[in-house]
Unconditional design. Structure first.
Length: 151
């Protein structure tokens, strides 16, 4: 009987089969290198891709315009521009930039609660190859003086 077997210490209880994941050769989470699409493409050419604000005071909000030219063979469409943190906010043209035309990406950096050396990135996604272009801003944020709490 089961009671006898339980007392003997030799009972084997059945355990449900555990499915083991099988390895797949192509995982959708691993990004493969972009392949260059056929046909004419727009090309970003920035006057500069890095801007150093130098020394600023904590709490300052500073701005810079990254100017670019579409030197490619098709209209340039920027799908998005995102900052590496909430303190870095880009604004970009929503309309296509024609062949040979200039455009600008305005980047605002809020240094509040960001003392010390700061390096931030703006990632631009467009119909270019590669799809993403990165811009960088830097600042040396001078910490605000500490205010003492009354006791």
């Amino acid at each position: 009987t089961v009671a006898e077997l339980e007392g003997s210490g030799t009972v084997r209880k059945s355990t449900p089969a555990i499915a083991t994941p099988t390895a797949t050769t192509a995982s959708p989470t691993i990004s493969e290198p972009d392949t260059k699409p056929e046909g004419p493409l727009p090309v970003f050419v920035f006057e500069k891709e890095t801007h150093d604000f130098g020394k600023i005071k904590e709490g300052d909000i500073v701005e810079y315009e990254f100017v670019f030219t579409n030197t490619g063979n098709a209209p340039l469409i920027i799908a998005s521009a995102t900052g590496s943190c909430g303190c870095t906010v880009p604004d970009w043209p929503k309309e296509p930039i024609g062949i040979g035309e200039k455009g600008k990406i305005q980047v605002k950096f809020n240094s509040s609660k960001k003392p010390g050396l700061q390096n931030k990135t703006v990632t631009i996604t467009g119909n270019t190859f590669p799809k993403q272009t990165k811009l960088n801003i830097k600042a040396n944020v001078e910490a605000a003086p500490k205010t003492e709490q009354p006791s």
